[in-house]
Write a protein that binds this ligand. Structure first.
Ligand code: SF4
Ligand code: SF4
Length: 347
């Protein structure tokens, strides 16, 4: 083997490792050291990368705060943005919903891709693991296109569209300290105690879902979309689990995201997803007026017409990108009655 090995980490925002927003640098360090050991004498380099260009133009700050910058001192390792070699336009012939997609050239051109996500809940997709992490190889505009709808199914299909362009060769999920509650940015760190690895991303995500106390991972629209596209096992019986038993995976009392409809029977979850409404509400006392929310909104529903960000409710598709990316946690979420009932909280 020769050429660059790309480790696609999750560096969502400049958050320190203990907040569990990003893949822990010690996990990435372990992966890099194993590559070094296995490729001794070969012409192989390692690139640790993610897409800070989505919002945070200062990639130096991003990698410094997430603890990833230090990894550049390891032999043959470099750390940087996924976007530095530009993107390539991929025609959407085999896609479900996206017309096309712009994908990181650095990701596409790597000799070998290792997907290194963090186990997290997600207020829109319920869970964030291997398949969702590859969504970050798409450029900002492509991701905005994916979010331009309030349909959870459409977003799931778009994420699988991106994943299908070039599935990673291997997946190693940081599930040592995961995130519970309303992740992926503002949930709560939770000791989950495992590293989950495998060649198939859907199989690894299935295991992560079971750790998050999902009895039936296929009830999550993202997992269902991946199954329907045939990118991995359609049931648990097709997954070979080594090093643990299925029964010991669930982390007792793990708090799912509000979107999870956990109080509803599996049989009606699919029908009820469209009835759960979670809308962004600004807490002005926390707002730093950085206007990141304005720049990430895929439908331009946030404006600067007042002293603070103003949301046009007619335009808003409730994608919650503003909530996810607000660095101050000032974009809170308000739940409708069904969401409150299934989550047990009003806000
Ligand atoms: S709501 Fe958050 S992202 Fe938007 S301006 Fe305020 S601090 Fe920045
Ligand atoms: S205002 Fe927030 S939730 Fe609404 S569409 Fe914009 S980014 Fe999404």
């Amino acid at each position: 083997m020769s050429g660059p090995v790309l480790i696609k980490t999750n560096a969502l925002s400049p958050s320190p490792p203990e907040e569990a927003v990003t893949t822990h640098p010690r996990v990435i360090e372990g992966i890099a050291q194993e590559i070094e050991r296995r490729t001794s004498g070969m012409d192989v380099s390692v690139r640790v990368a993610d897409s800070p260009g989505y919002l945070f133009t200062d990639s130096g700050l991003l990698f410094e705060v997430t603890g990833l910058a230090n990894l550049a001192s390891l032999p043959r390792v470099s750390v940087g943005p996924l976007s530095d070699l530009g993107t390539r336009m991929i025609a959407g012939d085999g896609f479900s919903v996206l017309p096309d997609a712009r994908i990181s050239a650095r990701y596409l051109d790597a000799a070998y891709r290792i997907n290194a996500p963090k186990l997290k809940t997600h207020v829109e997709t319920e869970m964030s693991g291997c398949i969702k992490n590859i969504f970050g190889t798409a450029d900002t505009e492509t991701r905005k296109k994916a979010h331009r709808s309030s349909s959870q199914k459409r977003l799931a299909d778009a994420i699988v569209d991106i994943f299908s362009v070039r599935p990673p060769e291997f997946n190693i999920a940081d599930a040592v300290v995961g995130m519970e509650g309303d992740g992926p940015s503002h949930g709560t760190p939770r000791l989950t105690g495992m590293i989950v690895a495998g060649q198939n991303a859907l199989a690894v995500d299935w295991v992560l879902c079971r750790m998050m106390c999902y009895g039936d991972p296929a009830s999550i629209p993202l997992i269902k979309a991946a199954i329907d596209r045939g990118i991995g096992p359609a049931s648990e019986s097709e997954i070979v689990l080594n090093g643990a038993d299925w029964d010991e995976l669930p982390v007792a009392g793990f708090k799912k995201s509000t979107r999870a409809l956990r109080a509803l029977p599996t049989i009606i979850r699919g029908l009820a997803h469209g009835l759960v409404k979670i809308t962004p509400v600004l807490d002005e006392s926390q707002c730093a007026k950085c206007w990141i929310c304005e720049s990430v909104c895929p439908v331009n529903a946030i404006s600067r017409t007042g002293a603070y960000p103003r949301i046009d409710r007619k335009k808003c598709v409730r994608c919650l990108c503003c909530h996810e990316m607000c660095p101050k946690g000032a974009m809170t979420v308000r739940k409708n009655l069904l969401a409150s009932l299934v989550s047990g909280t009003r806000r």
